[in-house]
Design a protein around this ligand. Structure first.
Ligand code: KG4
Ligand code: ZN
Length: 347
């Protein structure tokens, strides 16, 4: 395989990711996470994340270069996430990328984090096909995209109107007294639980909501429903049935995610669905998506988990695609943009 040698820098949340690709070939995917530093707060603290990026950037860059066996002066381009994400965290990566590009005289591409998640699927033996629907679910986002063309045409179909899916896992875990991050804790707690024990609400799925919010999500009402259930048990002097609550909560989240994603595929006549984001680690989500996509005749694509969670390789892969498509570099005039719309694939 050949193609441009591209370094990708990702610092939009709590992962410092530096990836190196040659075209669609993955050479390195080095990651440092500040997750442990956020654990006692039950969620990512922006200032703590930004400072951790400053400390982790240089060693992570060195690790990626060593893993790939390349030197900085060999790079054909650098790609960096400039949004959406935490402003202070993004600025660390953007600053580093500009400094490197300026010092090395290397073309620099500022790319969209969400589109980067889709770009992760380029690093596979059977490449990404478009059009595809993409469901991105993490602690920071819950977005449903229609990707007609990865370099030129990405549309936001819908997103969460309150909490992100991963955030819901984190908050419900806290309610149940389980450790952060909530996703893995809930998965463990749900083992042996009955997913049908409690019928938790599936928000924005009633006909009246579907008119305005067909592809949108909402998880804060679900979190409140879990809280009420737990409180009611405690008021009766009982311990809440943690396994049943965890399994039923997880089922409600997964049901809505898969139902809306497959509805988009059916409505738009797109027989492909790509999953991305840290919540893809959820075993029940993978199982339900696999089973229901097969019934619907939709091809389901799930990149390896190391490429689903935030990483630099996906940013490098998208950068390499832009280079190969002959797109001009971003220059140094762009800024970090915490609310960068997904339609801005590159700045
Ligand atoms: O993509 P990611 O590593 O970072 C960002 O949030 O950007 O995703 C982390 C999120 C956390 O909210 C975590 O609770 C969730 O992904 N998560 C899971 C699982 N593993 C991680 N959610 C559900 N089930 C899991 N097994
Ligand atoms: Zn992400």
């Amino acid at each position: 395989m050949s193609g441009p040698l591209v370094l990708g820098i990702e610092t939009s949340c709590d992962e410092t990711g530096i990836g190196i690709v040659r075209g669609r070939e993955l050479l390195a995917n080095a990651i440092a996470s500040s997750m442990d530093e956020h654990a006692r707060y039950g969620g990512v603290v922006p200032e703590v994340a930004a400072r951790a990026h400053v400390e982790a950037l240089r060693p992570t860059l060195d690790a990626a270069l060593a893993e790939a066996g390349v030197t900085l002066d060999e790079l054909d381009a650098i790609a960096v996430t400039n949004g959406p994400g935490l402003a202070g965290a993004l600025m660390v990566g953007v600053g580093a990328a500009k400094g490197l590009a300026l010092a090395l005289g290397t073309p620099l591409y500022a790319v969209n984090h969400l589109v980067g998640h889709v770009g992760a699927d380029l690093l596979d033996s059977s490449p990404l096909e478009t059009p595809t629907v993409a469901l991105l679910v993490s602690g920071g986002h819950t977005s449903l995209l229609l990707v007609r063309d990865l370099e030129r045409d990405v549309e936001l179909l819908g997103e969460t109107i309150d909490d992100a899916a991963g955030e819901a896992f984190d908050k419900v875990a806290r309610l149940l007294g389980l450790p952060y991050p909530g996703g893995p804790s809930i998965d463990r707690a749900a083992e042996g639980g009955d997913p049908a024990a409690i019928r938790f609400p599936r928000a924005l799925t009633l006909p009246k909501d579907l008119e305005r919010h067909r592809y949108d999500f909402s998880f804060s009402g679900l979190k409140t429903a879990v809280a009420r259930h737990v409180e009611a048990a405690r008021d009766r002097g009982e311990e809440p049935p943690v396994a049943d609550v965890a399994a039923s909560f997880r089922e409600a989240v997964v049901d809505v995610l898969v139902t809306k994603a497959l509805a988009a595929c059916a409505d738009l006549g797109v027989p492909r669905l790509l999953l991305g984001g840290g919540v893809v680690a959820n075993a029940r989500l993978r199982e339900a998506a696999t089973a229901r996509a097969a019934v619907a005749g939709v091809e389901l694509r799930i990149p390896p988990l190391s490429l689903c969670t935030d990483n630099g390789a996906m940013i490098a892969a998208l950068g390499a695609r832009l280079v190969e498509a002959g797109q001009r570099p971003s220059g140094l005039g762009f800024a970090a943009d915490s609310t960068l719309p997904v339609t801005t694939i590159r700045s």
